[in-house]
Design a protein around this ligand. Structure first.
Ligand SMILES: C[S@@+](CC[C@H](N)C(=O)[O-])C[C@H]1O[C@@H](n2cnc3c(N)ncnc32)[C@H](O)[C@@H]1O
Length: 239
């Protein structure tokens, strides 16, 4: 039975080219994956995006639907009103968060790439959440420092780190100042495709994430749980 299932084509192929196959796979995912509430909402807007080839690239860089669902659930459990995202790309994870924020909620979205932000803004508009978004087109460290200088320390409920891997420690230290006691900081890619556990891998990004993981494990300022969802997410609660 298993083998007969495996032999069937998994995706409806419209052409034999590999690009078309990848696009079909993305279409198929968009149609079949949104089985849960928040993810369904988020994918609804992404599913309408017309450029399927671009979407193929996007899917690789953004969080998966189940990660987006987890982020949104954490925000809802916290009753969060004030959130920060470090690394927006085309807005998938930030849209998942914005959709569950109350009307009075605010999400500071930090991203250095203007082209990505243009696409993200399109989705925010389409989803009717633009009024909740505070988009910062600058280096994340600069954006976070200006929030601190603006007297916003200890005023955020939730933060998500998903930008430059060599800067995780810096982002974390700044966000720890900005998040209130009991607030949550989620860090993406903490497994880094398993490379953090391979002593033979010592490129700068892997070493940075490995060191970050070590330091956070011993950090008494937070309680943590490393969740092996997709590329791994560590959920940190400020004590
Ligand atoms: C993995 S993508 C983010 C995906 C997004 N969180 C999602 O799941 O939809 C990382 C993003 O971080 C941005 N980035 C990298 N370094 C940055 C920096 N120093 N400041 C601001 N953004 C940065 C990149 O331009 C890229 O768009």
């Amino acid at each position: 039975c298993f083998h007969s299932i495996q032999r069937k084509p998994r995706f409806p192929l419209t052409s034999s080219s590999s690009i078309e196959r990848r696009a079909s796979k993305v279409d198929h995912q968009l149609q079949t994956q949104p089985v849960r509430t928040t993810t369904t909402e988020t994918n609804k807007f992404y599913g309408s995006f017309e450029k399927r080839l671009r979407l193929c690239e996007e899917v690789k860089c953004r969080v998966s639907p189940d990660q987006a669902q987890l982020l949104a659930l954490l925000v809802q459990i916290l009753g969060a009103e004030r959130c920060i995202e470090v690394g927006v790309y085309t807005g998938y994870s930030s849209l998942a968060v914005a959709l569950v924020l109350p009307e009075s909620g605010r999400l500071v979205a930090c991203e250095r790439d203007a082209n990505s932000l243009e696409i993200a803004r399109k989705y925010y508009k389409l989803a009717g959440v633009s009024h909740k978004m505070d988009v910062r087109h600058e280096l994340a460290v600069d954006a976070l420092n200006s929030l601190i200088l603006n007297g916003e320390a200890c005023s955020y409920d939730f933060a998500f780190i998903d930008a430059e891997k060599r800067m995780y420690k810096e982002y974390f230290e700044l966000l720890l100042q900005l998040v209130r006691v009991g607030g949550i900081i989620v860090v993406d890619n903490v497994l880094w495709h398993g490379k953090v556990a391979d002593p033979l891998v010592d490129d700068p990004k892997t070493v940075s994430i490995r060191n970050f993981n070590k330091s956070i494990m011993a950090d008494r300022r937070v309680s943590i749980s490393m969740v092996p969802i997709r590329d791994g997410m560590t959920i940190c609660r400020k004590r």
